[in-house]
Design a protein. Structure first.
Length: 136
C-alpha cells in the first residue's frame, strides 16, 4: 500500500507559481504535486480566485490563463470540508490554511507567509517555505 503525503499551499505560493513558472515556488509545487495530494477548501479557493482576478496581474498572465489555472487546481486537488475551525494564527486571515491542514490531515503546509512559518511545526504538521520544501 502506497502512502501519499498530503499538503496545503498558501495563496502566495500558488500566485508566484503562476506568475513565475521557473521560480522556486514552481519547482516546489511541481515536486509536491508529483509526490503528494494537494488539499484546498472553498475558502482558500475563493481567496485564490479573488487575488488572481485583480487587474494588476493582467500584465503577467491573461485572465483566461488565470481562470484555467484555478480550474486545473480544482481538478487535481481534494476539496476538504471544514468541520473543525482554527483560531491560532496571529494573522486571522491565515487560519483558513490551518483549517485545511487540520481537517484534511495534511503533512505539510507550504507558504511564504511569516505568520504561518513562525508556527512550524503546528500540531505535528510541518510548515515550510518553498525553498525549505525543495531542500528536504
Amino acid at each position: 500500500m502506497t502512502i501519499v503525503a498530503r499538503f496545503v499551499v498558501d495563496t502566495n505560493v500558488l500566485v508566484s507559481r503562476l506568475i513565475l513558472p521557473h521560480s522556486i515556488c514552481a519547482e516546489a509545487l511541481g515536486r509536491a504535486e508529483s509526490n503528494a495530494r494537494l488539499l484546498i477548501s472553498e475558502a482558500t479557493l475563493y481567496e485564490l480566485a479573488d487575488v488572481l482576478s485583480r487587474p494588476k496581474f493582467d500584465r503577467y498572465v491573461s485572465l483566461e490563463d488565470r481562470k484555467g489555472f484555478i480550474e486545473r487546481l480544482t481538478q487535481i486537488a481534494e476539496i476538504v470540508p471544514i468541520i473543525q475551525l482554527v483560531r491560532e494564527c496571529r494573522d486571522r486571515k491565515d487560519n483558513k490554511f490551518l483549517e485545511v491542514a487540520l481537517n484534511g490531515s495534511a503533512d505539510v503546509i507550504m507558504t511564504g507567509d511569516n505568520d504561518l512559518l513562525a508556527m512550524n511545526p503546528w500540531r505535528g504538521i510541518e510548515i515550510l517555505s518553498p525553498h525549505d520544501y525543495v531542500k528536504r
